[in-house]
Design a protein around this ligand. Structure first.
Ligand SMILES: [Zn+2]
Length: 109
């Protein structure tokens, strides 16, 4: 899986330890999520592990167990910033010119 290349080789083991330590409950909303071997009840009951501070390459990271819904809500602001950055990058590559604004702009009528 290509996405896992950003994570340490033992990422899946780390996530299992964190999920088990939290008794398969979401740290944000307290939802009881699916344990290993239980029936799939829907994405709402899948427990994930999130980088709480979104620091992926820091020497010490803060990981939390979040249900899928809380994980999406947690990541939304970071995803929006990344999408905007990628959009601007694509526009620049396509030839979009940038307007450099001065710190103070005066308008003469
Ligand atoms: Zn939750």
């Amino acid at each position: 899986m290509k996405l896992l290349s950003f994570y340490p080789a033992d990422w899946l083991d780390i996530t299992q330890v964190i999920k088990a330590a939290n008794h398969y409950e979401c740290c944000a909303c307290g939802r009881q999520c699916r344990r290993p071997g239980e029936f799939y009840l829907g994405w709402q009951y899948e427990l994930t592990v999130a980088h709480y501070d979104n620091e992926y390459d820091a020497p010490a990271v803060f990981l939390v167990a979040l249900c899928a819904r809380c994980h999406l809500l947690h990541d939304a602001p970071f995803v929006w910033v990344a999408r905007r950055r990628h959009c601007r990058q694509r526009q620049r590559q396509a030839g979009q010119l940038e307007l450099q604004l001065a710190a103070s702009v005066s308008i003469h009528v």
